[in-house]
Design a protein around this ligand. Structure first.
Ligand SMILES: [Zn+2]
Length: 468
């Protein structure tokens, strides 16, 4: 029994994945897997440094650069018996793990083996990147697996992973006119008639006034998003920009390809990454409750945050945390919800000297927005709020000469200011509101005042100290 187990351990070709970019748990991130073919045991350190260079190359390139905290990169070391790759034209066949070859038109590989190894090692993944140990440029992609030789690996990887990860089409201008173009193309960066008008084209949200349509295939029009004839190696299929790494094999992704990659990232990764509390179901408390979003990468990504209590906008500030004071809203036996809506509105420098452009303009599935809802369940009706409990209801503010009060009435309210003997000093008015109300005190002499707020059927009062 013991012997059998030992034999099994040696027979299983188990591959360890090493996370060379660890930006969080795999299930909550995009996962790229880098492996090599034709690297012998002695050449593993060569592969390791190539994998590191590849990681640095991707993470210095828009939009992976800005969104790198959304991406894990795993390295899997595959040890081939022999070094290099098959060259069938020379009758040269060697033994490598993924059985790659270099043919007349480029590289080929057993991508099914690579897929199996990636799945066995890390479970679910988003793209496999394979460096073939052979010094000739070129690359290809099949399904979600891309592979290429060592020469010019950096540009080739950026192009090929556009296919493998974001299903981008080649934007190569064709050699012939396709008299029978496909009736529909699924890739986000190419289009065919009839959906080639400025209004109906996939990238219509990027089309601005004054664009020639179709757009001449000339470099002077490279600033604009238009309708350029030629993509997928043929005329009759259109691309959105004059230049793009999906066409040139160098340079940057065009704005449409960049958008597609960001949307693909956002489709999987929730920007509300580590909310605290993870969920909320509390009994009655008068203690302030703090909620935080734990947004993913607030340095490189720009977020617009909106907080809602029972669907009423609480504040228009950009706070990533908020404190809810249970006594500040219509407590009782009702249940409440606290909701935060987070929108990624990041921009980038597409072209030096231009204004920045948004990563995404066309977002029909609303992927740039994430929402979290915390149910707040208060089981006990509260009939008496002491002064101390009511105190946090008020937020007395002071800006310049103005002193005032902010509060969240959640219904009808009446507000007044009294001196410490209870005499009315200022009737500040009444109304109905479910959002934060801000009222400025009229000039008051220095002293202690009582601010009295009647909200619904309840009365609160708190002290305001005015110093002049
Ligand atoms: Zn493009």
């Amino acid at each position: 029994m013991k012997l059998t187990m030992i034999v099994l351990i040696f027979l299983v070709n188990f591959c360890f994945a090493i996370k060379i970019a660890d930006n969080g748990p795999n299930f909550a991130r995009i996962n790229f897997v880098i492996m090599g073919d034709g690297f012998t045991l002695d050449e593993q350190s060569k592969f390791d440094s190539l994998a590191n260079l590849l990681k640095e190359s991707l993470f210095s390139f828009t939009p992976y650069k800005q969104y790198q905290k959304f991406i894990n990169i795993h390295r899997i070391n595959l040890v081939s018996e022999e070094s290099g790759t098959d060259i069938p034209s020379e009758g040269n066949y060697i033994s490598t793990v993924l059985n790659s070859y270099r043919g007349t038109y480029g590289y080929g590989i057993r991508e099914d083996i690579a897929e199996g190894i990636a799945t066995d090692s890390i479970g679910s993944w988003d793209a496999v990147i394979i460096i073939i140990n052979y010094h000739q440029d070129g690359g290809a992609t099949r399904d979600k697996v891309c592979f290429f030789g060592i020469d010019d690996y950096s540009n080739t990887c950026r192009h090929e992973i556009g296919h493998a990860f974001a299903n981008l089409a080649d934007e190569y201008v064709g050699f012939t006119l396709d008299t029978n173009p496909p009736p529909y193309v699924v890739e986000p960066n190419v289009a065919v008639p009839p959906d080639t008008t400025p209004e109906t084209i996939k990238w219509a949200k990027w089309v601005t006034g004054g664009v020639l349509w179709p757009t001449p295939n000339e470099g002077i029009y490279s600033w604009q998003v238009g309708l350029f004839d030629g993509a997928r190696y043929t005329y009759g299929v259109y691309r959105p920009e004059f230049f793009c790494i999906m066409q040139t094999g160098g340079g940057a992704y065009c704005r449409i390809c960049t958008e597609a990659i960001v949307l693909k990232i956002k489709d999987k990764v929730n920007t509300i990454d580590s909310p605290n509390p993870p969920s909320c179901n509390v009994g009655y408390t008068t203690e302030p409750l703090e909620f935080s979003l734990g947004l993913l990468d607030t340095e490189n990504i720009h977020y617009i945050v909106r907080w809602y209590l029972d669907d009423s906008l609480l504040t228009d500030e950009q706070a990533h945390t908020i404190t809810i004071v249970p006594t500040s809203f219509n407590f009782g036996t009702n249940n409440h919800t606290l909701k935060a809506i987070v929108k990624d509105s990041s921009t980038y420098w597409y072209h030096p000297g231009w204004d920045t452009v948004p990563f995404v303009k066309n977002d029909p599935r609303n992927l740039m927005q994430d929402t979290i809802v915390w149910p707040l369940i208060y089981g006990i009706a509260v009939e008496k709020a002491t002064l101390a409990q009511a105190q946090p209801l008020f937020n007395v503010f002071s800006t310049g000469n103005a002193v005032g009060i902010r509060f969240n009435p959640q219904g009808t309210f009446r507000l007044s200011v009294h001196d410490i003997r209870g005499r009315l000093v200022d009737n500040m008015g009444s109304g109905f509101s479910r959002v934060t109300v801000q009222k400025q005190f009229r000039p008051l002499a220095s002293g202690v005042y009582i601010v009295r707020l009647i909200a619904g059927s309840r009365v609160y009062s708190g002290k305001a100290v005015v110093l002049r």
